[in-house]
Each structure stands twice: as C-alpha cells, then as structure tokens.
Design a protein around this ligand. Structure first.
Ligand SMILES: NC(=O)c1ccc[n+]([C@@H]2O[C@H](COP(=O)([O-])OP(=O)(O)OC[C@H]3O[C@@H](n4cnc5c(N)ncnc54)[C@H](OP(=O)(O)O)[C@@H]3O)[C@@H](O)[C@H]2O)c1
Length: 271
C-alpha cells in the first residue's frame, strides 16, 4: 500500500495519525479480520471503545503487529466516570486489547453528574502509571469544554465529535483550534448520507475520486482527524487513498457552503 498517512502533533507533544479505522458495530470474528485487513493495507490508527464490545477482537488483530507503530484509542463509558471506575474501566480495556497502554483514552460522552475534577484526576493517574499516553473527550460542546479545560490537570488533546459535510461545526472547530484541541470526526461519511451529494459529486468527478474520498480530504485539510468505519475491502482501500492529492480553497469553500444539515445523533442522546 503506497499511501503514507499524515501525522499531527497533539498539544501534549504525542503524535497521532490523522486517519484511522472506526470500529463501531464491527463484532466477533468479522471485526478481527477487518482490522487485520486494514492493518495490512497500511492503517495504523484504530478507534474502539468499551461500549463497542469488540476490544478483545481488536486485540486479537493487533497482537501480530509492532505495538509501537500503532495508535490505539479506546473510550470510557459515561456511567464509569467516578475515579475508581475510570481506573477499572481502563485496566479492563487494556486486558481485552491485550496491550500495556492506550495511545488515547477518551470520555465517550459527558456526564455532568460526576465532577470533572474526579474523572480527570483518574486520567492523570492513568497517565502517571503509563497506561495511557493522551487524554481526550468526545461529544463535548463548547460550554462543556470550557468547564473541563479549567479543572483538568492533564492536557485535553482532542474532542471526538460528529463532523461531516452535512454537519460542519465551524464554531466548535474555531474554539478547539484556539485551545489547541484537535477535533476528531466521527461518522466522517455521515454513514453514507453524503455519498450522493451533488456538490461532492461534482468535485469528485474533477479529480476522478469518490465522494467519500472528497469528504475525507475536506476533513483532513481542515485539520481534523478522520476515523471512517469500513468493512468492505474496496471501501477500506478507497478511504486510505487520500494522501496524494489535494482540494483547492474553492473546492473547500463549496463544501463549507453545502446547505443541507443532518445530525445523526442528537447531543441529548440518552446513554
Ligand atoms: N465518539 C462517539 O460517540 C462515536 C459515535 C459514532 C461513531 N464513532 C466512531 O466513528 C467511527 C465512524 O463512524 P460511523 O461508523 O458511525 O460512520 P461512517 O464512518 O461515516 O460510515 C460508515 C459507513 O460508511 C460505509 N463506507 C465506508 N467507506 C465507504 C466508501 N469509501 N464508500 C461508500 N461507503 C463507505 C461503510 O460501509 P461498509 O462497512 O459496508 O464498508 C459504513 O456503512 C465509528 O466506527 C466509531 O469508531 C464514535
């Protein structure tokens, strides 16, 4: 595989590949074989979570690879944000993933009934013990980020949120840029919703690329990390083949100006 995946540096100085494989809904043997296939194709960054119930299967796929060349993210579920629960959840994830450390550990959804000081002090302890390298959050609004940035003893390096051409979260991106928080786009293809968009189709035709590739390039050129999920080999290959061509500023602004707005999961989602 010739694509060389780009890398960004988090504010804690750890490096992160800007492109990874999302694994939500990949289960059992199928999950292991898709993650293995992705690794063969040159993927180095895998996104999982305790909630996905596939950490053991991801662990089985990554165990044959040089761990130092991989970037593994997992997430703690919002019911587990008290101090001891965070520590136990992380240890459980590490055991399932069959690894000594996570490159990135995220709070999957905010849970305002647990004081942020308590959760982030557990994150700090995990970092001190070498069990996690970087700390981030997921599905946080600007207000929620403001609340945690002021109390966290550790750097919050990323906020993983829904972000795609039908949900251009400009204000959140600007806030995160100003605070050196790199946004990670979940559902970067809006689970297929954007694939037939006319503006994306027009741009894809210009470069002889697909609308999925155009959407991913738009995210990368905006400085985000993208973690599309794919199970078909054709899609796995297509998604990683985005590092040898560029969108122009005009292309980017055409995508910025797509007027359709579609949020797949409401932030009031009741976990
Ligand atoms: N933090 C959070 O709360 C949160 C929430 C949701 C998701 N996530 C993470 O983000 C990842 C990605 O999000 P997602 O899985 O919801 O949605 P997505 O990546 O936007 O879309 C996945 C869908 O797109 C299809 N697809 C992939 N590449 C394609 C291509 N090149 N052409 C056409 N179709 C393509 C896949 O099909 P095939 O499988 O058939 O290839 C799959 O049906 C998740 O897997 C998970 O790791 C995080």
């Amino acid at each position: 595989m010739s694509s060389v995946v780009g890398v960004l540096t988090f504010k804690d100085n750890n490096k992160v590949p800007v492109f990874g494989l999302g694994t939500w809904r990949l289960k059992g043997k199928e999950c292991t074989s898709i993650v293995k296939k992705a690794l063969e194709l040159g993927y180095t960054h895998i996104d999982t979570a305790e909630m996905y119930e596939n950490e053991s299967e991801v662990g089985e796929a990554i165990c044959e690879y040089d761990r130092s060349k991989l970037f593994i993210t997992s997430k703690v579920w919002p019911r587990n944000l008290h101090y001891n629960d965070v520590i136990t959840a992380c240890e459980r994830s590490l055991k399932k993933l069959n690894t000594d450390y996570l490159d990135l550990y995220l709070i999957h959804w905010p849970n305002e009934s647990v004081p942020a000081e308590e959760t982030f002090s557990a994150m700090s302890e995990l970092q001190k013990r070498g069990l996690i390298k970087s700390v981030g959050v997921s599905n946080y609004t600007i207000n929620q980020l403001e609340g945690v940035l002021s109390v966290s003893p550790v750097d919050i390096v990323t906020n993983q949120v829904e972000f795609h051409p039908y949900l251009y979260q400009k204000e959140l991106l600007e806030y995160c840029n100003a605070n050196k928080i790199i946004l990670t786009a979940w559902a970067p293809l809006a689970r297929g919703e954007i694939l037939n968009d006319p503006a994306l189709k027009r741009i894809a035709k210009l470069y002889q690329k697909t609308t999925a590739q155009v959407s991913l390039r738009w995210l990368l050129q905006k400085g985000l990390i993208a973690i599309p999920k794919a199970s078909k080999e054709k899609n796995l290959k297509e998604n990683i083949a985005i590092f040898d061509w560029f969108l122009t500023e005009d292309d980017i602004s055409s995508i910025d100006n797509i007027s359709i707005e579609k949020r797949l999961i409401d932030l009031s989602f009741n976990w």
